[in-house]
Design a protein around this ligand. Structure first.
Ligand SMILES: [Fe+2]
Length: 158
């Protein structure tokens, strides 16, 4: 009886996402840095496209894919950051170069968070915690499928 009670209590253990406050704060700073650079370049806020395709891609799916999208995008875009920082350097834009380097350093940690969080969620569900890359692969497919439905009008609008 006690063992069953312990198992039940364990299964109700809330999922912990360590460092989620740090991750959220980092992303806020990245948005602020990007926004300030775009404003400094003379863009109007209405000219800045803000897509929702990450969330739309996972609509109606098992919620693990919403968390998986974080891991997918954190790992997907990280490889572009050093090249972008170098481009800003070549333009003589030291502030944008600095911001991109800063972003890149944070994203390296974020990719680790995403992996850790997926492993914890999979384990809490009684699933194989090493299957996080399968979640990532499914997220990649969901995004690819969603983006493939974009019309010419969608592309022109964004
Ligand atoms: Fe990030």
């Amino acid at each position: 009886m006690e063992v069953r009670r312990q198992r039940r209590l364990k299964s109700r253990r809330p999922l912990r996402l360590p460092d989620s406050a740090r991750w959220t704060y980092d992303e806020l700073r990245h948005c602020q840095m990007g926004y300030e650079r775009l404003m400094a370049w003379g863009l109007e806020p209405a000219e800045i496209p803000l897509g929702t395709y990450i969330y739309e891609s996972a609509a109606g799916e098992d919620p693990i894919y919403l968390l998986g999208m974080l891991y997918f995008f954190e790992t997907k875009n990280i490889r572009h950051k050093p090249a972008r920082a170098q481009l800003f350097h070549s333009y003589g834009d030291a502030l944008s170069e600095h911001d991109m380097d800063f972003d890149w350093a944070d994203e390296t940690m974020h990719a680790g968070y995403g992996k850790q969080w997926l492993k914890e969620l999979l384990a809490a569900r009684g699933q194989d915690p090493t299957a996080y890359d399968q979640v990532r692969e499914r997220c990649e497919k969901l995004v690819r499928d969603y983006v493939s439905t974009a019309t010419a009008e969608d592309v022109a609008r964004d």
